[in-house]
Design a binder for this molecule. Structure first.
Ligand code: MN
Length: 386
């Protein structure tokens, strides 16, 4: 690489955002930060901007604009506010790669703009493909926009597929840690508290995805994400529970050969691979040691107790706006769970009811999806408060 890759990080103050900046800092000879965006966390955004000196920062919450602008006024950093500004800056000619690390549905429209302008996307916001997989993948092909997965399972599959372009895939196998409640009884699941759900055994992640991992909707979203990224039907996408989180996922080819990508559970690795692709970059991250993992085990997921995973397969098979409903309902129930307004085992029940209530649209356009998202949220909220 002769010139530095100029990177826009959407959601720079979150878990993936901060780890990405660590990767960039360690490799400042090949990467530079062009854009940083954050939703609300102004203090961290300001300190990141002072350190990395991006061309532009955007604070999505307009009420916090003046604080950011004031703090950065002596620096050559442009400061904008609002979600429309994010949609515009991702299209700037000076951006080579857009890392989408926002939480949930909020990632959709900025990613849409980045894809439309032909940017390379390092995709950390899986909800974009859950909500609008068909639309985004079509747009990516039309605009020659490469989408490189950051999600560890999809990064693993992507890495297994490098050099295998001519070879047919029989199936892919997504690994799943099982979350903190693997093997728990229905009674125990009914009494899960927020603190228990936030205590993930292997991965250090943001709040929303940690709850999503505990309910297994995250794995369901990943099945949908894999469908769009790798163009495989749901019948060729399997999930296996692997509590140690060392095998990050696998690809089985038509000769029966199975390739796995392995390593310690450390998001910096898939982030670095996505930013550096097609090159691997030397680093000092801790190495896997077989002495610490004498046993790697695998078991079937429990689709009865963890109904969310089954709901995601059903939504993928139904298609249309149904995965968008699934995502919207999930965002509402997760927020309600975090606020103590609903129980752990109520979440899949509420999601399923919402999916049944929202009007089905077979070939939704962007506006249909935006409306579906609003409608589904309204229905889930009313189900919670009834
Ligand atoms: Mn994942």
């Amino acid at each position: 690489m002769s010139e530095k890759k100029r990177i826009a990080i959407l959601g720079s103050t979150g878990s993936i955002g901060t780890k990405s900046l660590e990767v960039i800092e360690n490799n400042s000879d090949i990467f530079e930060v062009e854009v940083l965006t954050a939703n609300n966390n102004v203090d961290l955004l300001i300190s990141q901007a002072k350190k990395f000196r991006p061309n532009v920062v955007v604070i999505a919450n307009k009420d916090r604009y003046s604080k950011v602008a004031e703090a950065l006024k002596s620096l050559p950093v442009k400061v904008y506010a609002g979600s429309d500004a994010i949609n515009q800056v991702v299209e700037m000619g000076s951006v080579d790669l857009v890392l989408t690390a926002m939480v949930g549905y909020s990632g959709l429209i900025p990613t849409y703009h980045a894809v439309r302008s032909g940017k390379t996307i390092a995709l950390a916001n899986k909800e974009t493909l859950v909500v609008a997989g068909e639309l985004i993948t079509r747009l990516a092909i039309e605009n020659n926009s490469a989408i490189i997965p950051v999600d560890s399972e999809h990064s693993a599959i992507f890495q297994c597929l490098v050099g295998e372009l001519a070879n047919r895939v029989e199936k892919i196998i997504l690994t799943c840690s099982g979350g903190p409640f693997r093997g728990k009884s229905s009674y125990e699941l009914e009494n899960v508290t927020v603190d228990m759900a936030l205590d993930h055994p292997n991965w250090d992640m943001g709040t929303k995805i940690t709850i999503d991992s505990a309910t297994l909707i995250n794995k369901g979203f990943e099945v949908i994400e894999a469908h769009w990224l790798f163009g495989l039907p749901s019948s060729k996408i399997e999930v296996i529970v692997h509590p140690q989180s060392i095998v990050h996922s696998m690809v089985q080819f038509e000769d029966g050969s199975l390739k796995a990508q392995m390593g310690l559970p450390d998001m910096r690795l898939p982030i670095q691979y996505a930013l550096g692709f097609p090159y691997r970059i030397k680093n000092k991250f801790p190495r896997f040691d077989f002495n610490n993992f004498p046993t790697l085990s695998f078991e079937q997921p429990d689709l009865i107790k963890f109904r969310n995973l089954a709901l995601a397969y059903e939504a993928l098979n139904t298609g249309g706006n149904t995965p968008c409903v699934l995502n919207a309902a999930n965002e509402v129930v997760v927020q309600a769970f975090l606020e103590g307004r609903t129980g752990f085992t109520d979440m899949p029940v509420l999601i399923e009811k919402t999916v049944k209530e929202v009007v089905f649209i077979k070939d939704p356009g962007l506006d249909d999806l935006i409306q579906t998202n609003i409608e589904a949220r309204r229905i889930t909220e009313s189900l919670i408060s009834s």
